[in-house]
Design a binder for this molecule. Structure first.
Ligand code: GRF
Length: 198
């Protein structure tokens, strides 16, 4: 069976990465994780990659806080290409990608966001939804473009806001939904790849 070669980028805890790697290991997802890359040296997502025996790398991001230095972004493109990656999966990657990456992987970079976009882009989206008094929030898988949490929407999952929810309880419930939605969305790409339609 033809497996979709993916690369996962993340800056933090890696619960989405773990969910994806578990689905691959159990045979539910026809993908192959070629590499996990982080801009944070001590990010747990790198430990998860090692746990699953997936190639992994720390990419020193350079001097900027919210993006990669241009040479570093070039280096990232090279790393992903050398690994043969066909789909770039952002899983808690806290930097905005720019033209180099977007041109190298057109409609091949996806992200998951903890809100029903276009509502509540940006940081701590679950807190934003709670503060706005939403009855329903959720999570969104979308293509990455040059704006934060903005590209075309691929899939969404609703999560109810319960009375008595704290930011933590709501976030935890959204993350459970994320761990189902993201592998399911990636499975669609796998099917297209197998059909020669990616
Ligand atoms: C997720 O909640 C995702 O929506 C956001 O970053 C978080 C990453 O969490 N983009 P994790 O590292 O996958 O646990």
């Amino acid at each position: 069976m033809k497996r979709l070669p993916i690369g996962i980028l993340g800056s933090g805890k890696g619960s989405n990465c773990r969910a994806i790697l578990e689905r691959i290991r159990s045979g539910d997802l026809a993908a192959e994780a070629r590499v996990v890359i982080s801009d944070a040296l001590d990010a747990p997502i790198l430990d998860i990659a090692r746990e699953f025996s997936v190639a992994n790398a720390y990419l020193p991001p350079g001097q900027f806080r919210t993006r990669l230095e241009p040479e570093v972004e070039n280096e990232l493109v090279n790393m992903l290409r050398e690994a043969g990656v066909e789909l770039v999966v952002l899983a808690g990657f806290m930097r905005v990608l720019h033209a180099r990456m977007l041109k190298a992987f057109p409609r091949r970079i996806i992200n998951i966001h903890p809100a029903l976009l276009p509502k509540f882009p940006g940081l701590e989206a679950w807190k934003q939804a709670l503060a706005a008094g939403e009855a329903i929030t959720g999570c969104t898988v979308h293509y990455v473009d040059h704006k934060i949490d903005h590209g075309e929407i691929i899939a969404q999952r609703e999560v109810p806001v319960l009375s008595g929810d704290t930011p933590e309880s709501l976030h935890a419930r959204i993350q459970i939904a994320e761990r189902e939605l993201y592998p399911a969305a990636i499975a669609e790409f796998c099917a297209r790849y197998q059909a020669g339609d990616l």
